[in-house]
Ligand binder design. Sequence first.
Ligand SMILES: Nc1nc2c(ncn2[C@@H]2O[C@H](COP(=O)(O)OP(=O)(O)OP(=O)(O)O)[C@@H](O)[C@H]2O)c(=O)[nH]1
Ligand SMILES: [Mg+2]
Length: 281
Amino acid sequence: MNLNLNWYPGHMKKTSESIKENLKKVDIVLELIDARAPRASENPMIPELIGDKPRILIFNKSDLADPKENDRWIAYYKERNISVVSVNANSGKGISNLLDEVDRVMEDKRQRDRDRGIISNQVRAMIIGVPNVGKSTLINSLANRKSTKTGNKPGITRTNQWIKVEDRMLLLDTPGVLWPKFQSEELALNLAYIGSIKDEVLPKDEVALRLIEKLGKKYPDLLEERFNISIQATPLENMEEIARKRGAIMRGSEVDYSRVTDIILDEFRKGTIGRISLETV
Ligand SMILES: Nc1nc2c(ncn2[C@@H]2O[C@H](COP(=O)(O)OP(=O)(O)OP(=O)(O)O)[C@@H](O)[C@H]2O)c(=O)[nH]1
Ligand SMILES: [Mg+2]
């Protein structure tokens, strides 16, 4: 498939450059990754960019991920002494754990501040992550009000914005950022499945076909159950079977590939096919 691996819109390049600038203004980095695809959604440039600034890795959309795989990933990062929490920014599940973790990670700096006579307990945190991962939703959840715009497609947040959470936190919402080169086609596809890459720049029907191929191998039972099909020999046959079951058929009984593509991507992204992890430890 001809998925453009070097796709890199201008506003995202700018954002990536501004990460460095923003870092000077904050105490801590909260990096959101998608629990369904932690490897694809972690920005490989961040460790280098942030230097010794503390970072917490936040597994968001954990409600959509396979719980067993999610636990394995969390354990994997903890074993490597990487600070990590699992949340659902929509419902607020895990938010209190996140606040505890922020306190824990910030304790050293607070002590140093107190020693120097500074008594502010305010934490300035920068929220980063790939487009559509839930950054603005998490901020609204932390602030307990709708302070930033959210939406179920990438590219909603356009500029940086500070949001105050009582007196305890100052959060910097940032536009989602992708990196200049995806490490592999598989990881790029995972970003496409979870909705971090604008559909308009994707060969959408091929992406849906590859998703069906992947789910047919990893989660055949979920596919069969959701679409009321029996797994066929090829992904294309599965896709066509789904189209027939859902009435995505044009005049002359031809499969409407564009409609079945939308059904597959939409239902995967909403989690209606089931709780699915695209990557294993
Ligand atoms: N199921 C589920 N959906 C979530 C969760 N967090 C966010 N969402 C949904 O994901 C979509 C994107 O959320 P946003 O908060 O706009 O994402 P963002 O990272 O700010 O996106 P950009 O500003 O475009 O970079 C919205 O439809 C949210 O409702 C979550 O934990 N679980
Ligand atoms: Mg946003």
